[in-house]
Design a protein around this ligand. Structure first.
Ligand SMILES: Nc1ncnc2c1ncn2[C@@H]1O[C@H](COP(=O)(O)OP(=O)(O)OP(=O)(O)O)[C@@H](O)[C@H]1O
Ligand SMILES: [Mg+2]
Length: 220
């Protein structure tokens, strides 16, 4: 059974598609068979990025597609090692369906209270429907200056949750890379690549910490 990692948020523009693409790129580079399922039929951010990536002829292939439903996204997926689900910029009843089926649910957030507040609301809602904290990863993205990290960590800790170690700064190099079909870990700036690698590694460590339990998750 493939590992399922989903990216969800109540608010748009927090970095779901950005982190989903970075995880896909890292997974594919690590020789995993990766499917990146874009559930945002209107924007298709990940799908358009996948086309740009294919045109570049990037070595590690990622299977990117748009799907109207989570069930559609899962169809014919047995051959994949990792299914990454990029959801639209709002929650809906299907958010619960996706979250329940995911081995890890990633909630990206910026460091503003405007974004942190709905992030905590969503984390609580996910816990209420039975997703344990061990399957919730909160990722700090779009950080403008280092002092923002402390504010965000304190806010999330006060709410009883924990941010993943590391963060993604807000940088033009990331935008330019994504415009070209590359991921956060593939920019022309080595320092930015390292920041992105560090956060994705934190996420992978959290996922690995779950691996013993994954066999029992399919039906819960
Ligand atoms: N660290 C960053 N530095 C610079 N630009 C970024 C960064 N992260 C994301 N962006 C840009 O911010 C915008 C929003 O990011 P992204 O599309 O990943 O968010 P999203 O949560 O998927 O949005 P939506 O809810 O609309 O699907 C995009 O234009 C993206 O290229
Ligand atoms: Mg998106």
């Amino acid at each position: 059974m493939p590992l399922i990692v989903s990216f969800v948020s109540q608010k748009g523009g927090v970095g779901k598609s950005t982190l989903a693409r970075a995880l896909a790129a890292v997974g594919a580079t690590g020789k995993l068979k990766v499917k990146l399922a874009d559930l945002d039929i209107q924007q298709q951010t990940s799908v358009r990025w996948g086309k740009a990536r294919k045109q570049r002829g990037t070595a590690s292939p990622i299977d990117v597609g748009a799907f109207r439903s989570f069930d559609d996204a899962l169809a014919d997926s047995e051959a994949f090692d990792l299914i990454i689900v990029d959801t639209p910029g709002h929650t809906s009843p299907s958010t619960g369906t996706v979250a329940r089926a995911s081995h890890m649910v990633v909630v990206p957030t910026s460091a503003t209270i405007d974004d942190l507040y709905p992030t905590v609301l969503l984390l609580r809602a996910l816990e209420e429907i039975g997703i344990p904290q061990s399957r919730l990863a909160v990722a700090l993205c779009r950080v403008l200056e280092p002092s923002e990290e402390k504010v965000a960590r304190n806010y999330v800790a006060a709410a009883g949750y924990e941010l993943l170690p590391g963060f993604i700064p807000e940088r033009a190099s990331y935008r330019n890379a994504q415009n070209r079909g590359q991921a956060l870990t593939e920019t022309i700036d080595g320092t930015e690549n390292e920041s992105a690698d560090a956060l994705i590694e934190s996420l992978l460590r959290k996922i690995a910490g779950q691996s013993d339990r994954t066999r029992n998750w399919s039906g819960d």
